[in-house]
Design a protein around this ligand. Structure first.
Ligand SMILES: [Fe+2]
Length: 285
Protein backbone atom coordinates (compact mmCIF):
# COMPACT_ATOMS: atom_id res chain seq x y z
CA UNK A 1 0.00 0.00 0.00
CA UNK A 2 1.38 3.41 -0.75
CA UNK A 3 0.63 7.10 -0.82
CA UNK A 4 3.25 9.12 -2.69
CA UNK A 5 5.48 6.04 -2.59
CA UNK A 6 5.41 5.73 1.21
CA UNK A 7 5.20 2.02 2.00
CA UNK A 8 2.90 1.21 4.91
CA UNK A 9 2.37 -2.14 6.61
CA UNK A 10 -0.78 -2.55 8.66
CA UNK A 11 0.05 -3.18 12.31
CA UNK A 12 -3.26 -4.09 13.92
CA UNK A 13 -6.71 -5.20 12.78
CA UNK A 14 -8.26 -1.93 13.89
CA UNK A 15 -5.59 0.75 13.71
CA UNK A 16 -1.88 1.27 13.23
CA UNK A 17 0.48 1.47 10.26
CA UNK A 18 4.23 0.86 10.16
CA UNK A 19 6.58 2.87 7.94
CA UNK A 20 9.93 1.14 7.95
CA UNK A 21 12.22 3.05 5.63
CA UNK A 22 11.50 6.74 5.78
CA UNK A 23 13.53 9.36 7.62
CA UNK A 24 10.86 11.67 9.07
CA UNK A 25 13.16 14.63 8.49
CA UNK A 26 12.22 14.35 4.80
CA UNK A 27 8.59 15.15 5.61
CA UNK A 28 7.79 18.65 4.45
CA UNK A 29 10.75 18.35 2.02
CA UNK A 30 10.55 15.74 -0.73
CA UNK A 31 7.84 13.85 1.20
CA UNK A 32 4.68 15.98 1.31
CA UNK A 33 3.22 16.50 4.75
CA UNK A 34 -0.27 16.04 3.31
CA UNK A 35 0.61 12.51 2.19
CA UNK A 36 1.73 11.61 5.71
CA UNK A 37 -1.36 13.20 7.25
CA UNK A 38 -3.58 11.24 4.87
CA UNK A 39 -1.95 8.03 6.13
CA UNK A 40 -2.25 9.16 9.72
CA UNK A 41 -5.97 9.79 9.25
CA UNK A 42 -6.42 6.41 7.58
CA UNK A 43 -4.43 4.38 10.12
CA UNK A 44 -4.96 6.65 13.19
CA UNK A 45 -1.51 5.63 14.45
CA UNK A 46 1.76 5.60 12.52
CA UNK A 47 5.03 4.02 13.64
CA UNK A 48 8.17 5.26 11.91
CA UNK A 49 10.98 2.79 12.62
CA UNK A 50 14.68 3.54 13.17
CA UNK A 51 14.58 7.31 13.55
CA UNK A 52 17.65 9.23 14.65
CA UNK A 53 16.43 12.49 16.08
CA UNK A 54 17.84 15.08 18.43
CA UNK A 55 15.42 16.73 20.85
CA UNK A 56 15.27 19.74 18.53
CA UNK A 57 14.52 17.51 15.53
CA UNK A 58 11.73 15.83 17.48
CA UNK A 59 10.27 19.27 18.09
CA UNK A 60 10.65 20.17 14.42
CA UNK A 61 8.71 17.00 13.52
CA UNK A 62 6.05 17.90 16.09
CA UNK A 63 5.65 21.42 14.67
CA UNK A 64 4.81 20.00 11.24
CA UNK A 65 1.48 19.00 12.76
CA UNK A 66 0.73 22.13 14.80
CA UNK A 67 1.66 23.98 17.96
CA UNK A 68 3.29 21.92 20.71
CA UNK A 69 1.33 21.83 23.94
CA UNK A 70 3.52 21.92 27.06
CA UNK A 71 2.31 19.71 29.92
CA UNK A 72 0.72 21.41 32.92
CA UNK A 73 3.30 19.75 35.15
CA UNK A 74 6.73 20.98 34.09
CA UNK A 75 8.90 18.99 36.49
CA UNK A 76 9.40 16.20 33.94
CA UNK A 77 10.17 18.40 30.94
CA UNK A 78 13.48 17.76 29.20
CA UNK A 79 15.87 20.47 30.45
CA UNK A 80 15.83 23.31 27.92
CA UNK A 81 12.76 21.85 26.15
CA UNK A 82 9.53 22.74 27.96
CA UNK A 83 7.50 21.07 25.18
CA UNK A 84 9.15 17.65 25.60
CA UNK A 85 7.99 15.43 28.47
CA UNK A 86 10.35 12.66 29.58
CA UNK A 87 8.82 9.30 30.53
CA UNK A 88 11.45 7.18 32.26
CA UNK A 89 12.37 5.09 35.26
CA UNK A 90 16.06 6.08 34.98
CA UNK A 91 17.64 7.92 37.90
CA UNK A 92 20.97 9.65 37.30
CA UNK A 93 22.96 11.21 40.14
CA UNK A 94 19.87 10.90 42.34
CA UNK A 95 17.68 12.79 39.88
CA UNK A 96 14.82 11.01 38.04
CA UNK A 97 15.15 11.71 34.32
CA UNK A 98 11.42 11.62 33.88
CA UNK A 99 8.01 10.55 35.09
CA UNK A 100 7.99 6.80 35.73
CA UNK A 101 4.26 6.48 36.43
CA UNK A 102 2.51 8.41 33.71
CA UNK A 103 0.23 6.95 31.08
CA UNK A 104 -1.07 3.85 32.88
CA UNK A 105 -4.77 3.19 32.47
CA UNK A 106 -6.75 3.67 29.28
CA UNK A 107 -7.29 7.29 28.30
CA UNK A 108 -7.09 9.88 25.59
CA UNK A 109 -4.73 12.78 26.18
CA UNK A 110 -5.78 16.06 27.78
CA UNK A 111 -9.58 15.65 27.58
CA UNK A 112 -9.76 18.03 30.52
CA UNK A 113 -8.45 20.89 28.37
CA UNK A 114 -10.70 23.19 26.30
CA UNK A 115 -8.51 22.28 23.32
CA UNK A 116 -7.36 18.70 23.92
CA UNK A 117 -4.29 17.31 22.20
CA UNK A 118 -4.89 16.55 18.53
CA UNK A 119 -1.80 14.37 18.21
CA UNK A 120 0.59 12.73 20.61
CA UNK A 121 4.11 11.74 19.62
CA UNK A 122 6.32 9.26 21.47
CA UNK A 123 9.96 8.64 20.65
CA UNK A 124 11.54 5.53 22.18
CA UNK A 125 15.21 6.09 23.01
CA UNK A 126 15.47 3.12 25.39
CA UNK A 127 12.82 0.42 25.63
CA UNK A 128 12.65 -2.69 27.82
CA UNK A 129 13.13 -6.09 26.10
CA UNK A 130 9.71 -7.13 27.29
CA UNK A 131 6.73 -5.33 28.81
CA UNK A 132 6.26 -1.61 28.49
CA UNK A 133 4.02 -2.04 25.43
CA UNK A 134 1.63 0.76 24.50
CA UNK A 135 -1.93 -0.31 23.74
CA UNK A 136 -4.28 1.59 21.45
CA UNK A 137 -8.01 1.26 20.76
CA UNK A 138 -10.09 2.86 18.03
CA UNK A 139 -13.18 4.76 19.14
CA UNK A 140 -13.91 5.29 15.43
CA UNK A 141 -14.19 1.58 14.80
CA UNK A 142 -16.29 1.16 17.93
CA UNK A 143 -18.65 3.95 16.89
CA UNK A 144 -19.03 2.46 13.40
CA UNK A 145 -20.50 -0.70 14.93
CA UNK A 146 -23.21 1.06 16.96
CA UNK A 147 -26.72 1.00 15.55
CA UNK A 148 -28.27 4.18 14.18
CA UNK A 149 -30.54 4.68 17.20
CA UNK A 150 -27.63 4.59 19.61
CA UNK A 151 -25.59 6.96 17.45
CA UNK A 152 -28.54 9.36 17.40
CA UNK A 153 -28.84 9.14 21.19
CA UNK A 154 -25.15 9.94 21.66
CA UNK A 155 -24.84 12.81 19.20
CA UNK A 156 -26.43 15.55 21.36
CA UNK A 157 -24.51 14.54 24.51
CA UNK A 158 -21.38 16.03 25.98
CA UNK A 159 -18.99 14.50 28.47
CA UNK A 160 -17.82 16.70 31.35
CA UNK A 161 -14.16 16.45 32.36
CA UNK A 162 -12.26 17.75 35.35
CA UNK A 163 -8.49 17.98 35.71
CA UNK A 164 -8.85 18.72 39.42
CA UNK A 165 -10.71 15.44 39.94
CA UNK A 166 -8.05 13.55 38.02
CA UNK A 167 -5.20 15.22 39.88
CA UNK A 168 -6.74 14.54 43.29
CA UNK A 169 -7.46 10.91 42.39
CA UNK A 170 -3.75 10.35 41.75
CA UNK A 171 -2.80 11.07 45.36
CA UNK A 172 -0.42 13.80 44.32
CA UNK A 173 1.12 15.39 47.35
CA UNK A 174 1.78 18.82 45.88
CA UNK A 175 -1.32 21.02 45.62
CA UNK A 176 -1.83 22.65 42.24
CA UNK A 177 -0.82 26.30 42.04
CA UNK A 178 -3.43 28.98 41.38
CA UNK A 179 -2.01 29.34 37.87
CA UNK A 180 -2.31 25.59 37.20
CA UNK A 181 -5.90 25.66 38.47
CA UNK A 182 -6.73 28.66 36.32
CA UNK A 183 -5.50 26.79 33.24
CA UNK A 184 -7.76 23.82 33.93
CA UNK A 185 -11.43 24.70 34.56
CA UNK A 186 -13.92 21.85 34.02
CA UNK A 187 -14.83 21.41 30.35
CA UNK A 188 -17.50 19.63 28.26
CA UNK A 189 -16.82 17.91 24.93
CA UNK A 190 -19.21 16.21 22.48
CA UNK A 191 -19.40 12.43 22.88
CA UNK A 192 -19.56 12.20 19.10
CA UNK A 193 -16.75 14.29 17.68
CA UNK A 194 -16.26 15.34 14.07
CA UNK A 195 -12.72 15.33 12.73
CA UNK A 196 -11.88 18.87 11.55
CA UNK A 197 -9.94 17.70 8.49
CA UNK A 198 -11.69 14.52 7.35
CA UNK A 199 -15.22 15.04 8.66
CA UNK A 200 -15.10 11.55 10.14
CA UNK A 201 -17.38 11.00 13.12
CA UNK A 202 -16.40 8.92 16.10
CA UNK A 203 -16.80 8.64 19.83
CA UNK A 204 -14.71 10.92 21.95
CA UNK A 205 -14.56 9.72 25.53
CA UNK A 206 -12.38 9.52 28.55
CA UNK A 207 -13.11 7.87 31.87
CA UNK A 208 -10.75 8.85 34.67
CA UNK A 209 -11.45 12.60 34.49
CA UNK A 210 -15.13 12.23 33.47
CA UNK A 211 -17.56 13.76 35.98
CA UNK A 212 -20.77 13.15 34.04
CA UNK A 213 -22.67 13.79 30.83
CA UNK A 214 -24.70 16.83 29.73
CA UNK A 215 -27.70 16.78 27.41
CA UNK A 216 -29.98 14.08 28.81
CA UNK A 217 -30.99 14.13 32.47
CA UNK A 218 -32.39 10.61 32.25
CA UNK A 219 -29.00 9.12 31.46
CA UNK A 220 -26.50 7.94 34.07
CA UNK A 221 -23.65 9.69 32.29
CA UNK A 222 -20.76 8.05 34.05
CA UNK A 223 -22.24 4.57 33.45
CA UNK A 224 -22.82 5.37 29.78
CA UNK A 225 -19.25 6.59 29.23
CA UNK A 226 -17.93 3.60 31.15
CA UNK A 227 -19.89 1.12 28.99
CA UNK A 228 -18.79 2.70 25.70
CA UNK A 229 -15.23 2.96 26.92
CA UNK A 230 -15.08 -0.71 27.95
CA UNK A 231 -16.68 -1.80 24.68
CA UNK A 232 -13.98 0.08 22.75
CA UNK A 233 -10.95 -1.19 24.62
CA UNK A 234 -12.20 -4.79 24.71
CA UNK A 235 -12.93 -5.06 21.01
CA UNK A 236 -10.84 -2.62 18.96
CA UNK A 237 -7.34 -2.89 20.34
CA UNK A 238 -3.78 -2.94 19.03
CA UNK A 239 -0.70 -3.71 21.14
CA UNK A 240 2.46 -1.89 20.15
CA UNK A 241 5.68 -3.69 21.04
CA UNK A 242 8.39 -1.09 21.04
CA UNK A 243 11.69 -1.20 19.21
CA UNK A 244 14.45 1.26 19.99
CA UNK A 245 14.07 4.48 17.97
CA UNK A 246 10.43 3.93 17.09
CA UNK A 247 8.66 7.24 16.54
CA UNK A 248 4.91 6.97 17.09
CA UNK A 249 2.31 9.57 16.25
CA UNK A 250 -1.41 9.08 16.75
CA UNK A 251 -4.57 11.08 16.32
CA UNK A 252 -6.31 11.44 19.67
CA UNK A 253 -9.69 12.33 18.14
CA UNK A 254 -10.48 8.68 17.48
CA UNK A 255 -8.20 6.63 19.71
CA UNK A 256 -7.58 5.63 23.31
CA UNK A 257 -4.26 4.38 24.63
CA UNK A 258 -2.54 3.08 27.74
CA UNK A 259 0.95 2.27 28.95
CA UNK A 260 1.56 -1.25 30.31
CA UNK A 261 3.92 -2.34 33.11
CA UNK A 262 7.50 -3.54 32.79
CA UNK A 263 10.17 -4.58 35.26
CA UNK A 264 11.34 -1.16 36.43
CA UNK A 265 14.03 -2.63 38.66
CA UNK A 266 15.73 -4.54 35.83
CA UNK A 267 15.07 -2.59 32.66
CA UNK A 268 15.51 0.99 31.51
CA UNK A 269 12.93 2.93 29.58
CA UNK A 270 13.43 6.40 28.12
CA UNK A 271 10.67 7.92 26.02
CA UNK A 272 10.27 11.51 24.87
CA UNK A 273 6.74 12.75 24.40
CA UNK A 274 5.33 15.79 22.66
CA UNK A 275 1.72 16.83 22.08
CA UNK A 276 0.13 18.98 19.42
CA UNK A 277 -2.67 21.26 20.53
CA UNK A 278 -5.99 20.48 18.88
CA UNK A 279 -9.12 22.39 18.01
CA UNK A 280 -12.09 22.95 20.30
CA UNK A 281 -13.85 19.60 19.68
CA UNK A 282 -16.61 19.79 17.07
CA UNK A 283 -19.89 18.00 17.72
CA UNK A 284 -21.98 16.15 15.16
CA UNK A 285 -25.28 17.92 15.88
FE1 LIG B 1 -1.43 9.47 27.25
Amino acid sequence: MSTNDIRVTRLGDHLGGEIADLDVQRIGGDIPLEAVKALLFEYQLLCFRDQNLTAQELLDFTRLFGDPDPHILQQFALPGFPDIVVLSNIVEDGRPLGNRKEGFGWHTDLTYMARPAAYTILYGLEVPPDGGDTLFASTYKAYDTLDDDEKARLRPLKGRYSYLKLYESRNNKTPLTAEQRARTPDVAHPLVRVHPETGRQGMYLNLDDCIGVEGDDTVDGKALVSRLFDYTVENFQYRHKWRVRDLLIWDNRGALHTATPYDMERHRRLIYRTSVRGEVPIGAD
